[in-house]
Design a protein around this ligand. Structure first.
Ligand SMILES: [Zn+2]
Length: 285
């Protein structure tokens, strides 16, 4: 079985091809902000046509989109990072281009499914996955499926108020989890990329106080078998995860016996691509 995977993020997008669950083709490009969805799709089309000439014909396609997706209607609601995406028919266009069925969801949900099925979340159900990157997103996998809630908005942990009197967030609220902990704001607030900042032990100790608050909310609400953290910032490894686990244990409610199993994503940059594969497999069932 062949699957075309498309991961559309805030700063870059990746197209990948899977053959029998093996990643065999992969191309990444920076997102052309000014060009919006039309420029992005034209690039996807160029890449796909080349692959098709070389004999790659997908049976199904999966899309992980960096913003809210209305799952029942398979439409992009908007992009929180790039203009011009409101109601853009991404799934329909990919279906017309490839002739194959398409299933789309937001990238945190898709990343959660990827880690649950192929990565650090294997054997851990329910799973809470969080992407700690340009922004912060969350996804819940229960009994092997994404839990989306009534309106496709479940798992949006990024705008939980971690510091109610904190700085203003782009969403109009204050001290959101994303505002305090995501890569975009760390760089704006401190003038350095997140992974640079996390080399400083003192900085890490302050950072994990905010980071653990969000995890505590997820744990108290969901009691997941495991929490997997993906996205660029999770690549800091033990430098981040050891102090984070300590702080998380310190903050947790004493009587709670809920397990506190927090690990980095295993598929690294490819959680969403593998999630697209899992999503496409579900479509073909
Ligand atoms: Zn916010």
């Amino acid at each position: 079985m062949r699957v075309l995977a498309l991961d559309v993020g805030g700063t870059k997008f990746t197209v990948a091809g899977f053959a029998d669950e093996r990643l065999v083709l992969r191309e990444s490009r920076s997102t052309d902000r000014a060009g919006g969805p039309v420029a992005l799709f034209a690039e996807v089309e160029r890449i796909f046509r080349l692959w098709r000439e070389e004999g790659f014909h997908p049976d199904c396609c999966g899309i992980g989109f960096g913003g809210p997706v209305d799952f029942p209607t398979q439409t992009v609601t908007l992009s929180t990072h790039v203009e011009g995406w409101v109601q853009y028919p991404l799934a329909t266009n990919l279906n017309q281009l490839t002739g194959a069925p398409v299933l789309m969801d937001n990238d945190a949900n898709v990343g959660a499914l990827g880690e649950a099925k192929y990565g650090a979340g294997r054997g851990a159900d329910p799973l809470f996955y969080m992407t700690l990157s340009t922004g912060i997103g969350g996804g819940i996998v229960h009994r092997g499926e994404i839990y989306r809630g009534a309106d496709s908005y479940a798992g949006e942990i990024g705008h939980l108020n971690i510091e109610p009197d904190g700085p203003a967030c782009l969403c109009g609220s204050r001290g959101c989890y994303e505002r305090m902990c995501c890569g975009l704001w760390l760089e704006r607030d401190y003038g350095k990329p997140a992974l640079e900042l996390l080399k400083d032990e003192l900085f890490v100790r302050r950072y994990v106080v905010h980071l653990a608050r969000g995890l505590k909310a997820a744990l108290m609400l969901l009691n997941p078998a495991r929490i997997v953290i993906g996205g660029g910032i999770s690549k800091a490894g033990d430098r981040l995860f050891v102090p984070l686990r300590e702080e998380f244990n310190r903050q947790m409610t004493a009587w709670s016996r809920a397990r506190r199993d927090v690990v980095p994503a295993q598929l690294q940059d490819d959680s969403v691509l593998y999630g697209c594969l899992a999503l496409a497999n579900l479509k073909l069932l």
